[in-house]
Design a protein around this ligand. Structure first.
Ligand code: FCB
Length: 471
């Protein structure tokens, strides 16, 4: 999750790597990850990898506008070229397949496939058709996200997610895509991380479109969730055989002390990061504590909206990256209290696998109708270098191993987790941090576009091969 720290480019704490360099990646014999039906894949997103932003009729998105605005993205980077995946997709899919990855989570760029009048853009659509057909030929399970943050700029010009109409435009877009791509998609996710779209986009302005107002954030969230709820029955109607769901980022908040005020602060952190999204989806209501945190920010909700939003889901995608240690801010909120001496990544995010287990087991208790879960993103950034043709990403190997163990623990505690996608297949445009932060299991040299498989990907491939060979 590109988090609140994204404006503070220079606040990295030193990474203290706690794992062992000799850590083998392969899960222990009793791990549920050996189950052959546990899907193991990798994820990407359109704006982060495709490039080709003005080719074949693609319209500008809010991220083109935002990244062109001085001071918004580290080093002035943009997604104009990115990994040039729009031209290199065949080789990239071959690479994915050669690693034995069984699932691929990608997103569709809305401004590539529809014009401003809502008409299909054939060239853009054909790109995704070719790609999805290729995945099918290779037997790779496809998870397609409709919205991973690249809103068409013309919709932002009419208010973006602050305008209720955008939710209906999204349902039209979902309708077109599911009519065109039915039969090639295994699972549809409506939105990626509505928390980031609403809060980082409209609440603190660290992401496109860069507005900063708590009331905007709650209203944008409502329209995002409404868009999701309107799209679900449309997807069901057009493509009944596929799974339908949504992807949420979740955050673990722990209290800096035993004081009631700090405990409350940690609770409010998780309300703001998790319940704000999961309660409407799974309970059909907003958590009232949210408006204690942000008084007077209740969104305008029309009759029937909450029922629409709470449409039953086939799966819930969960993205997990780190935990935040918090204390009371002395008023009605929380403030971050970074812990000293803990292991961190290139992002400055704490490595805290127990947070994933604890959140998953907690959700199982809180939500009686919790759908089957896929971990749709998990991974870390490190300052990886190619040395003699190799990338030894020891911290990532250890990170992945520990998070997969946390997933196994959650499964053993009764949570229905069905798969796991590495973030990310390859290094890419990391939003406000541009190209500096490398999340891939494959290294990308942006001056030549050369891909180099990192050690983590080699070891994941080795495990997957061994698992496949088992009878
Ligand atoms: C998530 C985003 C993904 C990537 C990772 C690091 O918030 O969904 O695109 O940026 O964080």
């Amino acid at each position: 999750m590109a988090n609140d720290a994204s404006a503070a480019f220079d606040t990295l704490s030193p990474a203290v790597f706690k794992g062992s360099l000799a850590d083998p990646f392969t899960p222990p014999a009793d791990s549920s990850l050996w189950r052959k039906n546990f899907l193991f894949g990798a994820a990407t997103a359109s704006y982060q990898i495709e490039g080709a932003v003005d080719e074949d009729g693609r319209l500008p998105s809010i991220w083109d506008t935002f990244s062109a605005t001085p001071g918004k993205v580290l080093a002035g980077d943009t997604g104009a070229v990115a990994c040039d995946h729009y031209h290199r997709w065949e080789a990239d899919i071959d690479m994915l397949a050669s690693l034995g990855l069984e699932g691929y989570r990608l997103s569709i760029a809305w401004p590539r496939v529809m014009d401003a009048a809502g008409r299909p853009n054939r060239k853009g659509l054909d790109f995704y058709k070719r790609l999805l057909n290729r995945l099918k030929e290779k037997g790779i399970t496809s998870f397609v996200t409709l919205y991973h943050w690249d809103l068409p700029q013309h919709l932002e010009d009419r208010g973006g997610w602050l305008n209720r109409d955008t939710a209906y435009r999204f349902a039209d877009y979902a309708d077109l895509m599911s009519r065109e791509l039915a039969g090639t998609v295994d699972a549809w996710a409506t939105l990626n991380e509505p928390w980031c779209s609403a809060y980082l986009g409209y609440g603190n302005g660290h992401h496109a479109p860069g507005l900063a107002n708590d009331r905007f954030a709650t209203q944008a969230m409502h329209h995002l969730l409404l868009a999701h709820g309107l799209a679900i029955p449309v997807l069901r109607g057009n493509d009944p055989a596929s799974q339908k769901g949504i992807v949420a980022n979740i955050g673990r908040g722990t209290a800096n002390s035993d004081s009631a005020a700090d405990q409350r602060a940690a609770h409010l952190f998780e309300v703001q990061h998790n319940a704000w999204i999961l309660d409407p989806l799974l309970k059909g209501e907003y958590p009232q504590d949210l408006f204690e945190l942000w008084p007077g920010t209740e969104p305008l909700v029309l009759d029937g909206d909450m029922q629409t939003i709470a449409a039953p889901l086939d799966f819930l995608g969960i993205n997990y990256y780190f935990r935040t240690n918090v204390a009371s801010d002395g008023a009605h909120g929380f403030r971050d209290v970074p812990l000293e001496g803990v292991e961190r990544t290139q992002m400055g995010w704490e490595v805290y696998p127990d947070g994933l287990r604890d959140l998953l087991t907690g959700f199982k208790k809180t939500y009686r109708n919790l759908p089957p879960i896929y971990i749709t993103e998990n991974g870390m950034a490190s300052d990886d270098k190619v040395i003699d043709g190799h990338v030894d990403d020891a911290q990532r190997i250890s990170f992945l191993k520990r998070h997969l163990a946390a997933v196994d623990q959650a499964i053993k505690a009764g949570v229905d987790v069905r798969g796991y996608f590495l973030w990310s297949l390859m290094d890419n445009f990391e939003w406000a941090f541009g190209y500096e932060r490398r999340f891939g299991v494959v290294h990308v040299d942006y001056s030549t576009q050369k891909r180099t498989v990192k050690r983590s990907a080699e070891l994941a491939a080795k495990f997957l091969k061994e698992r496949k060979a088992r009878v």
